[in-house]
Design a protein around this ligand. Structure first.
Ligand SMILES: [Fe+2]
Length: 255
């Protein structure tokens, strides 16, 4: 069986994109992942029944880009995986890929790739974020860097593995940082511990749920918008208000 996650396919350039798709006349929304010249993987929340080794006529409708026409591809289903909420399938492109819109679409996705090294500073560190506690401040800087790295990958659409890696780091670092802050609160008998911890728990849960969405659907505009608020802005606000208060309490205890 052809394995799109296998070594063979890993050598090819991969792209993630949102596109409309119709399969044998059935219209649906899909995220096409890892498009390359051999095949592609599609994730969809639409219920359809297809089986391996069928050859299907698909129509791909590029989204988020103007001037590229929809194009038809005959594809062979190589594998399918399905859960109650998500359906994924790997397809092998069966026909010549010199169709003009297909080439244009790949060029468009490559354009996204070529800017992959451009760092995006969505959340800038400035003095208003300094709490005065050395450990907390250095971890906040690292966390904001991790968040900016995550948005850089999202905006550059630079592929599933990169996205997964930056998400893992960002989530792991958030957990570590919150743990460190909570240890300081216990050590210095911070009276706001319960509420602060409650905020941390809620934030971790929302971030985890959101990241599951990114992994399933890729970095869609809606998800990016939500992450900017729920992760970036909410955290900045928390640093300015709550963490500054915590740092002041620690300073008071150290006198
Ligand atoms: Fe905190």
């Amino acid at each position: 069986m052809y394995d799109t996650e296998g070594e063979e396919n890993r050598k090819a350039e991969r792209y993630i994109c949102n596109a409309g798709i119709s399969i044998n006349g059935f219209d649906g929304f899909a995220v096409l992942k890892n498009i390359n010249m051999h095949g592609f993987c599609m994730a969809s929340k639409t219920y359809i029944t297809i089986a391996p080794h069928e050859t299907l006529a698909t129509r791909i409708i590029p989204e988020g880009v103007t001037g590229i026409d929809a194009f038809d591809l005959n594809v062979e289903v190589i594998w399918v995986k399905s859960t109650p909420i998500l359906f994924t399938a790997g397809f092998l492109i069966k026909e010549k890929t010199d169709v003009k819109p297909f080439q244009q679409y790949i060029a468009h996705l490559k354009g996204g790739h070529s800017s992959a090294s451009t760092s995006k500073i969505v959340f800038k560190w400035d003095d208003s974020l300094t709490t005065g506690n050395t450990l907390i401040d250095s971890e906040h800087k690292q966390l904001i860097q991790a968040i900016n790295d995550f948005f850089t990958v999202c905006y550059n659409n630079s592929g599933g593995e990169n996205l997964q890696k930056t998400i893992n780091f960002m989530v792991d670092y958030t957990i570590k940082h919150f743990y460190d802050e909570e240890q300081l609160q216990i050590q210095y008998k911070y009276p706001g511990y319960d509420n602060h911890r409650k905020f941390h728990e809620g934030f971790k849960k929302r971030a985890r749920d959101l990241m599951v969405g990114f992994i399933h659907s890729g970095p869609t505009n809606d998800l990016i918008r939500k992450a900017k608020h729920d992760i970036g802005e909410v955290l900045i606000e928390h640093i300015k208000r709550e963490d500054t208060r915590l740092a002041a309490h620690i300073r008071g205890q150290q006198l």
